[in-house]
Design a protein around this ligand. Structure first.
Ligand SMILES: O=P(O)(O)OC[C@H]1O[C@@H](O)[C@H](O)[C@@H](O)[C@@H]1O
Length: 296
């Protein structure tokens, strides 16, 4: 595979790998972490702080090909979350179009502590059901922590509807050994049963789980198997979505390798329901991820 150096300093190397005709991948090596980002889909594929296991899960059966969403890493669900229904109730596409579009690399900055990557997705009429002109900026700061933001200013002159999810696939020792206690007792809509405004406590993250929680406070994914907490926070999201497909659903999905559902849990910083962004207003969604070793 053809490789070109994007930037190289005493601190870090950023290399662009031509994976295929339409897929370029940035590979980042820094003393604080390694990471990779596909310019197709503007998609973080991997991030691994030094002396840690990988934090993100990527399916061994993930397809990196134009028009297909990548299973794993951090898909950017935008400008809507979940299915979008047309006037005659037909689903015109799950999770928006940003995760299947070509993004442009705008900037790479290397510092002693981090590598910053800025990506842009812009266009007009990119989807019949969301035809607006837009420019979406994604900023990624890779270090021992990961900071990700997506930002848009509504320059259309009209109100627009926006939803999102930073659909992070967190690698875990097993969903059985994993618990997100910080979601206990929070109201949620259950997409598996179709029941709204439920409240309970989950002992683990074994699927099938598909819930939209009405909360945006900091969450702790406690993994007793790998003795670590993954701490995730967000700004400007209304919901956390917790998703693991479980065995039966995973087996029906061609891009989850056999047993893959036992290796991750998705916790997604989301506006699962669209919100209005008024003309001239800016919306910046942030998520921050860090890892803490817990006692054996
Ligand atoms: O298969 P997709 O489109 O990537 O979606 C995966 C899952 O994404 C989650 O965010 C949704 O809550 C689930 O309902 C959905 O199945």
């Amino acid at each position: 595979m053809e490789k070109t150096v994007v930037k190289s300093t005493e601190y870090a190397n950023v290399v662009k790998v031509k994976y295929s005709e339409h897929i370029d991948i940035l590979e980042i090596t820094h003393p604080n972490c390694t990471a990779s980002v596909s310019l197709y889909a503007g998609h973080v594929l991997a991030w691994q702080p030094a002396n840690e296991k990988p934090v993100l899960w990527l399916s061994k059966s993930a397809q990196l090909s134009p028009g297909t969403a990548i299973r794993g890493g951090i898909p950017i669900c935008w400008p809507w979350f979940g299915p979008k229904l047309s006037a005659d109730h037909e689903n015109v596409g799950n999770h928006g179009f940003a995760r299947t579009a070509q993004w442009q690399l705008q900037q790479v900055n290397i510092q002693a502590e981090s590598v910053e990557v800025v990506l842009i997705l812009s266009g007009e009429n990119m989807h019949a059901h969301w035809p607006h002109a837009f420019e979406l900026t994604q900023k990624l700061v890779f270090s021992s922590e990961l900071q990700q933001s997506i930002e848009i200013t509504n320059t259309t002159g009209n109100d627009i509807e926006l939803g999102h999810a930073l659909h992070t696939y967190f690698a875990v020792s097993s969903p059985k050994a994993t618990k997100v206690a910080s979601l206990d007792g929070i109201l949620f809509d259950d997409k598996v049963t179709g029941k709204s405004l439920q409240k309970d406590q989950l002992d683990d993250c074994v699927g099938q789980i598909d819930r939209v929680y009405y909360d945006s406070s900091e969450q702790v994914i406690h993994d007793a198997g790998w003795h670590r907490d993954i701490i995730v926070s967000t700004e400007n999201s209304s919901h956390w979505v917790l998703w693991n497909p479980g065995k039966t659903v995973a087996e029906s999905m061609a891009d989850i390798h056999e047993g893959g559902e036992n290796e991750y849990v998705c916790l997604e910083a989301a506006d699962a329901k669209p919100r209005i962004l008024s003309s001239g207003q800016k919306k910046r969604v942030v998520q921050k991820i860090r890892v803490k070793t817990t006692p054996h």
